[in-house]
Write a protein that binds this ligand. Structure first.
Ligand code: SF4
Ligand code: SF4
Length: 254
């Protein structure tokens, strides 16, 4: 975890802000937050919004601007905007302006607000979580000025993000459930099979969308299939691969 995220995690309770609490901030569009950043992660909706805005397919956006890797602790594919050049500038910054203002990634859009959803792993399969469980924080403001006042609700609505964003809850819940199953099956499944499983999660979560159709409906269908598959695998194939591993089978260099 980088130092900025570590500081937020450690001070989360002190930074909490209610959805109708006011805060003062005015972005002066200096572009500084788009330079030297290696932590702009995209969720599936961000990729979809960018694809729609840029009139590209989701996979084209990812191939042109991002890298994909498996998260060390989440164990799911992560999509990250790759900064360019010696000053590590976001590839979507043109001049000092964000070229995708209306579709900018959530993490950029909601700054200086941050959000989190506390989800104990053991409760990941429990459907009781809703958008009302999302908690908001006001991050330290070291840029812009304080000439404008907003509530969290108003700030998010400028980017069409509801304060009880059900997509955010569903995505976080799915990440938790998929990660829990992956950690389990990684103990026995061969690397080659894990690679195929990661590809399938990546394609279903981030890539397989038609941008002229509703995002959430497609996301719900795609992610439900993935969750079902990874939760079924340990039961169906786990014993099989365990048997192979214990009896001298598995991946080979030959
Ligand atoms: S997507 Fe836009 S706001 Fe976010 S870092 Fe890139 S240029 Fe800046
Ligand atoms: S959020 Fe802050 S650093 Fe980023 S463009 Fe606005 S004022 Fe500048």
């Amino acid at each position: 975890m980088d130092k900025r995220l570590q500081a937020i995690a450690e001070n989360f309770d002190k930074m909490k802000i209610g959805v109708d609490e006011p805060f003062k901030f005015n972005c002066t569009m200096c572009g500084k937050c788009c330079k030297g950043r290696t932590d702009i992660l995209l969720n599936p909706k961000d990729v979809f919004n960018l694809a729609k805005e840029l009139d590209m397919a989701p996979i084209q956006v990812i191939e042109k601007y991002c890298e994909v890797y498996v998260g060390e602790s989440s164990r799911i594919p992560i999509v990250r905007l790759v900064p360019v050049g010696p000053y590590q500038i976001c590839p979507l910054l043109k001049g000092n302006r964000c070229s995708v203002h209306n579709a900018k990634p959530t993490v950029c859009a909601i700054f200086p607000i941050g959000r989190a959803f506390s989800l104990p792993v053991e409760e990941a399969g429990n459907a009781k979580f809703s958008g009302k469980d999302i908690q908001y924080i006001l991050q330290p403001i070291t840029c812009g000025d304080k000439r404008k006042e907003h509530t969290v609700r108003e700030w998010l609505s400028d980017f069409n993000i509801p304060v009880d964003d059900q997509f955010f809850v569903d995505w976080q819940t799915s990440v938790c459930r998929i990660g829990a199953s992956i950690r389990e099956i990684e103990k026995t499944f061969p690397e080659s099979v894990m690679g195929q499983i990661f590809n399938l999660i990546f394609a279903s979560a981030y890539v397989n969308y038609i941008t002229t159709q509703d995002f959430k409906e497609q996301f719900d269908k795609n992610i439900a299939k993935v969750v079902e598959l990874v939760e079924m695998l340990p039961k169906k194939l786990g014993d099989f691969y365990k048997f192979i591993k214990e009896n001298g089978g598995g991946d080979s260099d030959e």
